[in-house]
Design a protein around this ligand. Structure first.
Ligand SMILES: [Zn+2]
Length: 587
C-alpha cells in the first residue's frame, strides 16, 4: 500500500515474518513475500522487546544483560583511570546510563518473565558499584569467596549499604534502583500507556476495528493470555506490596492513587502511573526502614534520614563541568563510602588506638573506628576545612545571586572569659566570619534590607549521641534535626546581642556531615533565590550543566564543598594516626 499510494518502499531488511507453526510460514502467501524478509519460528524482537517462545525471550533478555555487562567493564576501567574526576564520571554514567538500560523491558514484559534477567542486571550493577568503590569488593557482592575473611560488623554494614544504595537519591540512596522491585509498577505503567492509546476513558475502543478492552473481559481464554495474566498478577502484587504498619494501603489505596475504580478502568489511569506507583513503593520501603520494627540500628536510621535531607544528595547530581562541581577520585570514593557507612581503606590501615586531646580532661586514649564516626566528632580532627569550604561555596552562591559576600572578623562573635576578655582557647572563632548583603529583598533573617547578614556556618555529625537523641525527639522521617539544633543554639547565643552591638543581622547555616541542611540554611538559599530573581541574575553558565534551577546550583556548590572538606578531614586523621603528620595540638 505504501508503495502504491505514496511511492515509498518498505525496508525488507528490517521486515520479519513470525509464526510458531511451520505450516503457516510455508503458506504460499508468505512464500510469495520478498525472500529478503527473514522468517522466524521461535520468536521475534520488535523495538528491542522479544516476543515468542519462553526460551527465545530468556535468551534475548540475557543478551541485553550481557551487553550491559560489557559496558560496565568499560566503566570499571574509567573509574580507575588516572583522570582527576573519572570516579565522579563513572558514578554518573552508572546511574544515568547503565541502570536504566533494562527499563524499557520492564514496561513491556510481565514481571515473572523478566525476573531472572532483572535480578542478573541488578547484580551486575551492584558488582560494578562495589568495584568502583574499592578493589576488594567493599559491598560484598561476591561474598562466597571473601566472606570468611570479613568480620561480622563489616558484613552487616555491607548488607545495609546495599539496601541504601538501591534507594532513590531523594530517599538517601544512590539511585541504583533494583528492577525487581519496580517491575510490577513498570509493567502496569506500560499497559496504561497502551490502553490509553487504544481505548477512551470509558474503556471503549477508539476505532471499530479494535478488539474490545481486554481489562473488561471475563472470558477465561483472554484472562489466560500471558500479558493479561501478567498485568492481573502485577495489580494484585502492588495491592499487597504497598501495605505497611504505618501506611494501611491495599486495593482501595492503589485505586485512589491512580484515581480509578479498579483494574477494569485501567485505561483512564494517569500516563505517569509507573512514576506515581514506584514513588509510593520507594516511600513505603523507606518507611519500613525507619519504622521501630526495622532491622536497622538507630544510628543507621538517623544516617538514612540525614542522607535524605534537603540538599544532601546534590553532590550526586553535580556534573564536573567546572572545578567548582568536581570531586577528585579520592573525594568521590570517600564520599560514597562515608555515606553508605562502609569502612574507609585509610582508616582500616592505621592503628585503632588513638589519643584525643580534650580541653577538660587532657589526654584520653580512645579506640577509633574504621567508618570515620570518631573523626567527625574528635577534637583533634580538622573541622576547619569543611567549615571554610562551605563558607566559600556560599560566597560563590551569593555572587551568582548578584550579592557581595566577604569575610570579616567580627570580634563580638568570639567566646568571652568571665572577665570580659576574648577567650584565647576559642578555636572555632579564629576564622573570619562570612558577611553577605545587603539584600534588596526582605530575608528570613531580617526584614530590614539595610543590614548586612552575618552568616555563621556550623556542621554536626548527626549520628553522634546527642544528635541521635534530637532525631529521636523530632519523630521519624524528620531530616536535618541535628542541623536545626546547632542552628538554634547559634541563633540563641548571637542574634540579639550581635544586632544590638554591631548592627549585623544574624543567620546560622547548619549542615550535617551526611549533607542535610538545617531550616535556616534552607531559608538562606531561598533568600538567595529571591535576590537572584530580583536582580534578574539567574543567567550564569554555572547551572547550564548540572542544575536547571538556581537553588539547585547553590545546593550543589555547598554539597560538593562539604564532601571535599570531609574527605580532607578523614585523610588527615588517618595520616595523623599513622604518625605521618603531627597531631593538632592546642596552644
Ligand atoms: Zn579523637
Amino acid at each position: 500500500m505504501l508503495k502504491e499510494n505514496r511511492g515509498e518502499a518498505c525496508n525488507v531488511e528490517k521486515c520479519k515474518a513470525f509464526s510458531f507453526v511451520a505450516a503457516s510460514l510455508a503458506h504460499p502467501a508468505v512464500q510469495a513475500v520478498d525472500p529478503a524478509v527473514k522468517r522466524h519460528s521461535d520468536g521475534v524482537t520488535v523495538l528491542g522487546i522479544p516476543h515468542g517462545s519462553d526460551l527465545f525471550i530468556q535468551r534475548e533478555l540475557s543478551t541485553i544483560v550481557d551487553k550491559t555487562k560489557l559496558g560496565l567493564e568499560e566503566l570499571r576501567k574509567l573509574a580507575w583511570y588516572h583522570r582527576e574526576d573519572s570516579m565522579q564520571c563513572a558514578l554518573l554514567l552508572l546511574r544515568y546510563c547503565a541502570v536504566p538500560r533494562f527499563s524499557h523491558v520492564l514496561r513491556a514484559l510481565p514481571p515473572n518473565i523478566v525476573a531472572t534477567a532483572a535480578f542478573a542486571h541488578h547484580d551486575a550493577i551492584m558488582n560494578c558499584l562495589s568495584d568502583l568503590l574499592g578493589p576488594d569488593d567493599p559491598l560484598f557482592c561476591r561474598d562466597e569467596t571473601l566472606a570468611p575473611t570479613r568480620d561480622a560488623a563489616h558484613q552487616t554494614a555491607a548488607a545495609v549499604a546495599r539496601e541504601q544504595a538501591a534507594l532513590p537519591l531523594r530517599l538517601g540512596g544512590l539511585g541504583m534502583v533494583n528492577p525487581c522491585s519496580v517491575s510490577d509498577a513498570a509493567f502496569l505503567g506500560g499497559w496504561v500507556s497502551s490502553l490509553s492509546l487504544l481505548y477512551d476513558d470509558g474503556g471503549n475502543p477508539i476505532h471499530p476495528s479494535l478488539p474490545s478492552n481486554p481489562m473488561q473481559s471475563h472470558d477465561a481464554a483472554v484472562e489466560r493470555l500471558p500479558q493479561i495474566a501478567g498485568v492481573r498478577a502485577a495489580w494484585s502484587w502492588l495491592c499487597t506490596d504497598l501495605v505497611t504498619d504505618e501506611v494501611p494501603l491495599g486495593e482501595p489505596a492503589l485505586c485512589k492513587l491512580l484515581e480509578i475504580d479498579g483494574l477494569s478502568s485501567l485505561a483512564k489511569a494517569p500516563l505517569k502511573t509507573q512514576r506515581i506507583v514506584s514513588h509510593e513503593l520507594a516511600a513505603t520501603a523507606f518507611a519500613r526502614l525507619q519504622a521501630p520494627s526495622s532491622p536497622l540500628s538507630q544510628s543507621d536510621r538517623v544516617r538514612l534520614s540525614s542522607c535524605a535531607g534537603y540538599g544532601a544528595h546534590a553532590w550526586l547530581k553535580a556534573i564536573p563541568s567546572t572545578r567548582l562541581l568536581m570531586l577528585n577520585n579520592n573525594e568521590a570514593r570517600t564520599s560514597v563510602l562515608f555515606m553508605l557507612h562502609l569502612p574507609h581503606p585509610l582508616l582500616v590501615h592505621c592503628p585503632t588506638q588513638h589519643t584525643c586531646y580534650t580541653m577538660s580532661d587532657g589526654h584520653q586514649s580512645r579506640h577509633a573506628d574504621v567508618f570515620g564516626d570518631h573523626e567527625m566528632v574528635c577534637r583533634n580532627s580538622d573541622k576547619l576545612t569543611r567549615h571554610n569550604n562551605i563558607v566559600r561555596a556560599i560566597i560563590i552562591g551569593s555572587g551568582l545571586a548578584g550579592l557581595s559576600a566577604r569575610l570579616s572578623n567580627v570580634l563580638e562573635m568570639r567566646r568571652r572569659l568571665p572577665n570580659g576578655q576574648v577567650d584565647p582557647s576559642d578555636q572555632s572563632k579564629k576564622q573570619a566570619d562570612l558577611v553577605v548583603g545587603p539584600f534588596s529583598v526582605p530575608t528570613h533573617a531580617c526584614n530590614d534590607t539595610s543590614l548586612e547578614i552575618l552568616v555563621d556556618v556550623c556542621a554536626c555529625h548527626p549520628t553522634a549521641t546527642t544528635y541521635i537523641q534530637n532525631y529521636a525527639l523530632s519523630g521519624p522521617g524528620q531530616c536535618g534535626a541535628g542541623a536545626n539544633v546547632i542552628e538554634n543554639r547559634k541563633i540563641g547565643l548571637n542574634k540579639e546581642r550581635l544586632k544590638a552591638r554591631t548592627g549585623y543581622a544574624f543567620n546560622a547555616f547548619g549542615a550535617e556531615t551526611y549533607g542535610a541542611l538545617g531550616d535556616n540554611a534552607k531559608n538562606l538559599i531561598r533568600d538567595l533565590v529571591q535576590e537572584a530573581n530580583a536582580n534578574s541574575h539567574p543567567t550564569t553558565n554555572l547551572y547550564n550543566w548540572s542544575a536547571s534551577k538556581f537553588a539547585e546550583s547553590v545546593k550543589q556548590l555547598v554539597s560538593i564543598s562539604l564532601r571535599r572538606g570531609i574527605a580532607t578531614q578523614l585523610r588527615k586523621a588517618a595520616l595523623a594516626r599513622r604518625n605521618l603528620e603531627p597531631p593538632l595540638t592546642l596552644p
